[in-house]
Design a protein around this ligand. Structure first.
Ligand code: ADP
Length: 527
């Protein structure tokens, strides 16, 4: 089984390919392999839009629907945060009044609610204890976060057990719910819960949930010598710490991250934040699946946020949006190409290269628009300084802040989207840009490398090439890609248009990742 990856387990429907059918013979009816529908439970700390901090929330939201429309029964278990967006939950009602979740030497009384979130079936667990695990002002950021989510993971498993639910698949996410497979195989399997298999998706290796031995007492994982073992939960770098994410990797039946390239980078190229040896040890059950984006939200044909809607056959509508964007940002209306950057102003996103790209684009006869913000006041101040410096330019606008509405207009109006990240597990910006025919200019890392294929230097066929890519994180690297993009726009407009069309034709909806995950589920069910 060595080398199993999302690619290896990917096997879409096939046709029988019968050769030599006589002209008058009607074609044989297509035969689709039938597959059993599955009962899938997602146990997650976030789901858009009710509890969203980052991309994990969008993945749970998008994947849940994709799995359901393929005929599977899907339920989601979430904490009942005080900060939930209750306006997006329909028919919320109590379904399980007395759930007692073992905690230290006693148990915490919980109530479980059910409600629909845009058609998705969701259970919300509410503990009643002085710890007030989820009735707080925000989702994360508390000293007891590890215990809060260890409790949630235990409560979710206790709920499945007490409610008599026996899902085929439990899909959990990040360190917050990485203890789920540990609890399943160490506690609930012994109680007779033999059926479920667990898939763990890691969205971010930077946070792993490190903690001390108290966790074991709290969660009922007695036998510290068993869990403080290098082959179980003991952290690879801090021998006195337990690592929840590592536990998830060890115990889950399959582990994914959000792109095949990032899977390789975390396992082999030092980006696993200490988990590299563990990923190596478990590589036969480790792979990458690129996230999808929600084409109900990100689709220029139906987007309510943009003044002129357009598609592949009406691509000229894009230029009306470009004009509207210039008007909104008070930029000159001229023949220049427009390069954009949308993202968190975080060093991960390659901020020094973004800065260089602004000046380079202006020098090379382009316009530049930036939309971004940072929780770090120092970084914001730097960009405010830059904004003041460029204030008089009719070809540049920096918008420091978070503005989803404006982001739609930028995706629609810009010609190129810059994503020069230092690392990028998956990246949504380039996927959205592709959908809007905005040519991505990206560094070849993580999910960017898996989704953007260079116009001039790619092993892909011409019709799949959809952007410009550079390897080395330096100014020369950036210029090599951005310079070619700007030159093509000026000198070979018809080639540039082909690139835009290739971008729009690519399918980065949940369709394919949905099938990839189902293949993984089938694979672990059969083992
Ligand atoms: P990350 O999860 O590392 O922030 P992604 O590329 O996966 O990066 O996702 C970023 C998402 O957030 C994209 O949908 C992008 O449009 C959006 N976004 C980022 N910054 C802003 C902003 N300042 N205003 C509006 N949308 C933003």
């Amino acid at each position: 089984l060595a080398g199993v990856s999302a690619t290896a387990v990917r096997a879409g429907p096939t046709t029988d390919g019968t050769p030599g059918v006589a002209p008058d013979t009607p074609p044989p009816a297509p035969s689709y392999p039938s597959r059993q529908s599955l009962f899938i439970v997602q146990i997650a700390p976030e789901m858009a839009p009710v509890a969203k901090v980052g991309g994990l929330a969008d993945v749970v939201f998008g994947l849940t629907r994709e799995l359901a429309i393929r005929g599977n029964h899907v339920e989601v278990i979430l904490p009942k945060y005080a900060t939930l967006r209750y306006d997006h939950i329909f028919e919320l009602h109590e379904v399980f009044h007395d759930l007692w979740v073992p905690w230290y030497e006693a148990a915490i009384h919980c109530t479980v609610y059910f409600g629909f979130v845009h058609g998705r079936k969701c259970f919300f667990i509410e503990p009643h204890s002085r710890d007030d695990f989820f009735s707080r002002g925000s989702i994360y950021g508390f000293p007891d976060d590890v215990l809060r989510y260890a409790f949630f993971s235990r409560a979710a498993m206790e709920f499945l057990w007490r409610a008599g639910k026996h899902p085929d698949i439990i899909h959990c996410h990040d360190w917050q719910t990485a203890l789920v497979p540990v609890f399943l195989y160490e506690i609930y399997q012994r109680l007779g819960m033999n059926h479920p298999r667990v898939c763990l998706t890691i969205h971010n290796f930077a946070h792993q949930g490190l903690t001390g031995g108290e966790l074991l007492r709290a969660t009922g994982l007695h036998q510290p010598e068993r869990y403080f073992d290098y082959h179980r939960l003991r952290d690879n770098r801090h021998p006195n710490a337990l690592n929840l994410l590592k536990g998830g990797v060890v115990y889950a039946n399959f582990v994914t991250t959000v792109s095949p390239r990032y899977a390789a980078e975390t396992k082999d190229q030092g980006q696993g934040f200490g988990l590299e040896p563990t990923l190596h040890m478990h590589q036969v059950k480790y792979g990458g699946v690129v996230n999808g984006i929600d084409y109900d939200v990100w689709n220029p044909e139906i987007d309510q946020h943009i003044p002129v809607r357009y598609g592949l056959d009406t691509i000229d509508g894009k230029y009306d949006n470009k004009r509207a964007l210039r008007h909104r940002l008070m930029l000159a209306d001229n023949e220049k190409p427009m390069v954009a950057f949308i993202g968190r102003l975080d060093p991960q996103k390659g901020l020094d290269l973004v800065r260089h790209a602004i000046f380079y684009t202006l020098e090379r006869g382009g316009q530049f628009v930036l939309l971004g913000s940072s929780p770090d006041p120092g970084i914001n101040a730097d960009f405010w300084g830059l904004k003041r410096m460029l204030n008089d330019s009719p070809d540049c606008h920096l918008e420091i802040g978070f503005d989803e509405d404006l982001s739609h207009l930028i995706y629609a109006g810009a010609d190129m989207m810059l994503v020069p990240s230092r690392f990028e597990p998956c990246g949504l910006t380039q996927l959205i840009a592709l959908r809007y025919g905005t040519v991505p200019i990206v560094r070849a890392v993580g999910g960017l490398a898996d989704t953007v294929f260079d116009k001039d230097h790619s092993s892909r066929p011409l019709h799949e090439r959809n952007g410009y890519v550079f390897e080395h994180y330096d100014q020369a690297g950036l210029e090599s890609a951005l310079g070619r993009g700007l030159a093509c726009y000026h000198q070979y407009p018809e080639h540039f248009r082909e690139l835009m069309k290739n971008a729009m034709r690519a399918d980065y909806s949940w369709n394919r990742p949905g099938q990839d995950y189902l293949n993984i589920y089938d694979y672990i069910r059969d083992k």
